[in-house]
Ligand binder design. Structure first.
Ligand SMILES: [Zn+2]
Length: 397
């Protein structure tokens, strides 16, 4: 059914029509994305655009990249993710996987804003890209599993570097930013820490090692570490809050009774770093503190152990240059002349780490993302479409 739709409309699909198709694929982060990918492939086939897939090991998911324009250095990558967050437990007033326009000139659906709206803006401009006399190439880079930790972007960025002989210079990540030029992004990493203590009668609290008591110390240490970073001047006023945040969000079930010392406890915590801080440094300090506790408690219980593992890999912060070539170009093409920084994690930091000058700029408001009744306004969608079209003109003259 979708194939037919693509063929019939390949030359005339509007951004809204494309978005209607894209949101109909309920591909959640972690799921196979082959269904939405198939539709995009078909769409590109019908425009005569060849592409390269970057599959996962099992072949159940794949990123896609494509070049339109000449094989010369200095091109621009347009990047977005194909997956969305779940809708379970949210109260939607419309079907989240059917794009629904309401009288408020907003288009409702999961992913309308984050971030299939941007993908639709790019795809609606494919015919323009093909027709234009591009002096610099435009690349599409569509990833999967962004919503569960930006998992696919590093491989996608590396694959782009190794596939093309020329070197793309820039990457625009179309996360919702109300079409504002966003040059900074916090990084994130999520850890799980497990403590193995020794069980016993609660009266023996000084002979055994309570895993719960140790976990309490570790969480207090993390909070104090955050305070210390602030006190030491690790501040970046572009962000809200203007410092690295360290937070424990899950305390896993530990203990079996009030009068039994718990031999096991674990918790999960995240670190959202400003560009000048590194999560790995914080983890190293944390590990050093854990070692001192291990030394102390192993005297009581030789098998006492604290283990910390990464739940989500490290997504680096973005520290873009607001006076750089890319920011200057983007600012010349959009109305809002103010540069911005965001506290959410996105793939921009990963593209920057792969040596592309990267920024975030896309339609829709991040406040809409991940919520029930997510929407993108038609105005934002139009601005996004116009932005890509203006970029094409810019790269053509
Ligand atoms: Zn997103």
């Amino acid at each position: 059914m979708f194939n037919l739709t693509v063929k019939k409309l390949s030359q005339i699909m509007t951004t809204k029509q494309i978005l209607t198709q894209l949101v109909s694929f309920p591909v959640l982060g972690g799921d196979s994305n082959l269904s939405i990918l198939e539709w995009i492939k078909e769409y590109l086939d019908n425009h005569g655009v060849s592409y390269t897939l970057v599959p996962n090991e099992e072949g159940t998911k794949a990123s896609l990249h494509a070049r339109i324009g000449p094989a010369v250095d200095g091109g621009v990558i347009l990047s977005g993710h194909m997956d969305v967050v779940p809708v379970a437990g949210q109260e939607w007033s419309t079907d989240p996987f059917v794009l629904t326009e309401k009288s408020d000139s907003k288009l409702y659906a999961r992913g309308s804003c984050d971030m299939k709206g941007f993908l639709a803006c790019c795809l609606a401009n494919i015919a323009n890209m093909k027709a234009a006399n591009l002096k610099k190439p435009i690349y599409l880079a569509f990833s999967y599993d962004e919503e569960i930790g930006c998992l696919a972007a590093p491989e996608l960025a590396a694959h782009i570097k190794s596939t093309y002989q020329e070197k793309p210079a820039y990457a625009i990540i179309g996360e919702p930013s109300m079409m504002q030029c966003t040059v900074g992004q916090k990084g994130i990493v999520i850890y799980k820490t497990t403590v193995n203590g020794s069980a016993g009668h609660s009266s023996r609290i000084r002979q055994e090692v309570s895993a719960i008591h140790v976990v309490a110390k570790l969480i207090v240490w993390l909070e104090q570490k955050m305070d210390k970073l602030i006190a030491d001047g690790h501040i970046d006023d572009r962000f809200t809050p203007p410092h690295t945040s360290i937070h424990c969000g899950i305390l896993e079930q530990s203990g079996i009774a009030p009068n039994v010392i718990a031999d096991y406890s674990s918790f999960q915590w995240d670190v959202r770093v400003i560009p000048k801080d590194k999560a790995s440094d914080i983890r190293a300090d944390f590990t050093a503190y854990c070692s001192t506790l291990e030394e102390e408690y192993q005297k009581r219980f030789p098998d006492f152990k604290i283990v910390t593992e990464e739940v989500h890999s490290d997504v680096p912060a973005l520290d873009g240059d607001e006076n750089g070539e890319l920011a200057k170009t983007v600012l010349s093409l959009i109305d809002n002349k103010q540069v911005n920084a965001v506290s959410y994690a996105a793939e921009a930091g990963q593209f920057a780490e792969a040596d592309f000058e990267a920024i975030i700029c896309g339609p829709g408001d991040i406040a809409q993302a991940h919520r029930a009744n997510e929407f993108i306004s038609i105005e934002q969608l139009d601005l996004g479409t116009k932005f890509i079209s203006d970029l094409i003109d810019h790269l053509s003259d």
